[in-house]
Write a protein that binds this ligand. Sequence first.
Ligand code: VGL
Ligand code: ZN
Length: 216
Amino acid sequence: MKLAKTQPGTGTRLGRRAVPQPDRQSALVVVDLQNDFFPGGALGVQGANEMIPLVNEYIRLFHTRGFPVMATRDWHPPGHCSFTEQGGPWPVHCVQGSRGAQLHSDLVMPPGTLVISKGTDPKKDAYSGFEGTSLKDRFEDLGVKTLFVLGLATDYCVKHTVLDACKKGFRVVVIEDAIRGVEAQAGDSEKALQDMQASGAIKATAEDLGIDPSGL
Ligand code: VGL
Ligand code: ZN
């Protein structure tokens, strides 16, 4: 990992809230980095490919320090209620066991990374990684108090996971250079970020965490 020349964000800069640094009570949450959400996939998000090298740096930073890395995945049964043919808003995507539902193969996930499946109830859509899953219990088991969140999509699963985490009392850092949005309406991602901040989430970038993204 390359270290930025400047000190990682200490929160002293004017106009920025203090950026927490990952510690023993932190976890990295990698949201839905599945083939179907990358360009060429069923619900491809523009710009998603370009963030993978940086995502791998964040994963490496947590893993080398011994802090947990967890991943969520959208994991729908065939005929899920969110699909257009069932009257839902989305094309068929992330069907359990399909190639589109697999995590992107360029991701370097630490061995033993816990993967949490959501959206598995055919009759219920679930954008949040906490909805109908054991995610909160997993964090509690590990003594995790601060979540660093990145992934797809800013305006859906990242947003709802972050809002839920805030509501459940976690300190939440949104890694703003490693998220991308669907942008069904232009501006949705920006609005989602504002909603997340209004709920108490803190924005951070690579530099804030001591990562130099320039060579990636
Ligand atoms: C998502 C749309 C439908 C997401 C999941 O992961 O953000 N978006 N299902
Ligand atoms: Zn879905």
